[in-house]
Ligand binder design. Structure first.
Ligand code: ZN
Length: 144
């Protein structure tokens, strides 16, 4: 008997593991709710965390749908497909945030994300801008 590598057991393992976003919650109670569309992030920081977890799990659909339409280039999906497989995400650290609250229309979240790529350890530091679209938080760009 070999290991069963179909999707379902993998999803169960994921669901019970600690969420990659670093909230301390299990994935099932955390970013999974955003990834499956059961809930919407109330703040820009929650969307930031959900997108990090989506990078971790290579959920390109979520990364595309959570990008603001103004920034959703035609090549976005292709670009994401290219990068997600090469990156092994290790840790997310939120450095600072401004606005992005439940009553705001815009927000910024500065973070450091550690990853391995081609066996090399690296860090991505970005001040992301978030903006609402039809009431929901979306990722705009890294020009914060
Ligand atoms: Zn999470």
């Amino acid at each position: 008997m070999g290991m069963n590598m179909d999707d379902e057991p993998m999803l169960k393992i994921r669901s019970r593991s600690e969420c990659p976003c670093g909230s301390g919650e299990i994935y099932y109670d955390c970013c999974r709710n955003y990834h499956i569309g059961k809930a919407q992030p109330v703040t820009a920081e929650l969307l930031m965390r959900a997108r990090y977890s989506a990078f971790f799990f290579r959920l390109v659909d979520y990364l595309v749908s959570s990008t603001h339409p103004d920034s959703r280039e035609k090549s976005l999906r292709e670009e994401l497909d290219d990068v997600v497989d090469d990156m092994l995400w290790r840790k997310l650290r939120i450095i600072s945030k401004s606005k992005g609250g439940a009553e705001d229309k815009k927000g910024k979240v500065e973070f450091v994300a550690q990853y391995h790529c081609d066996g090399e350890f690296s860090e991505l530091r970005e001040n992301s801008r978030f903006r609402r679209y039809k009431g929901q938080w979306k990722y705009l760009d890294d020009k914060g």
